[in-house]
Ligand binder design. Sequence first.
Ligand SMILES: NC(=O)c1ccc[n+]([C@@H]2O[C@H](COP(=O)([O-])OP(=O)(O)OC[C@H]3O[C@@H](n4cnc5c(N)ncnc54)[C@H](OP(=O)(O)O)[C@@H]3O)[C@@H](O)[C@H]2O)c1
Length: 262
Amino acid sequence: MTKSLPTVLITGASTGIGATYAERFARRGHDLVLVARDEARMNALADRLRQENGVAVDVLKADLTASEDLLRIEARLREDAKIGILVNNAGAASRGSFADQDSEALDKLIRLNVTAVTRLAGAVTPRFLAAGGGSIINIASVVALAPEISLGIYAATKAFVLTLSQTLQVEFGARGLYTQAVLPAATRTEIWERSGRDVNALEGVMEVGELVDAALVGFDRREAITIPPLPDAGQWEAFDAARRAMLPNFRQEHAAERYRAA
Ligand SMILES: NC(=O)c1ccc[n+]([C@@H]2O[C@H](COP(=O)([O-])OP(=O)(O)OC[C@H]3O[C@@H](n4cnc5c(N)ncnc54)[C@H](OP(=O)(O)O)[C@@H]3O)[C@@H](O)[C@H]2O)c1
């Protein structure tokens, strides 16, 4: 008997990277659960994917910054044993610099980019561990490594997503829960317009299909970190090795010599 493919729940599936993941996983024969606020757009995508691929597609309208909606998606992840892959993709960029944001805008971005990602991963992890397997794809960003090229708190939210992904992989990888952090650089989607920027003014912008196809190559290889635009994987490995080399030096009874008062 062949084992059926797991259902994939994708947040931010109405457009951009999330909609492209939906298309690619449908082509692979996975049933889908699409989550975002724009129900009409998701229904149009769902109709097309059902027709073209013969897969089942559920559409869940939800604002992931609203706690009742988030609770509903968490419940679905806890209860639906067919869901074996979570794509934590919904996200937004900051509008303007840190100094221009009011506290509600800051809080809202953290609710979407950090809290929702964390709570959805938290909802599904115990079930995946009990089942002995499951996958979480978290869409971070290269700005997690490059605060120099970001505005506001966007880079900080993506650094959180990167570290959370690494923590889950370290803690649960051996128990069958695979976590992948995907770090795209500039990709042609609506995120730019939505945050008041013109993507056409940028150089080196990747098309969204190419980004997701590359990320899925990393997924199939079970990479913990996938940086689709980075030509030399050795650069990431050297960076990570430098970080690891510091670890044995952190635990010290005394402050480093340079911090001791003369
Ligand atoms: N494009 C890039 O250059 C780039 C680079 C690095 C990382 N990323 C990351 O990639 C992910 C996807 O971004 P994208 O470029 O595809 O952006 P996008 O085209 O703006 O799409 C964002 C998606 O998230 C959904 N979304 C936004 N706010 C939401 C909310 N409150 N509740 C539920 N869904 C919400 C949107 O749908 P609705 O409006 O229908 O809710 C949409 O489906 C994000 O995490 C982003 O940070 C993007």
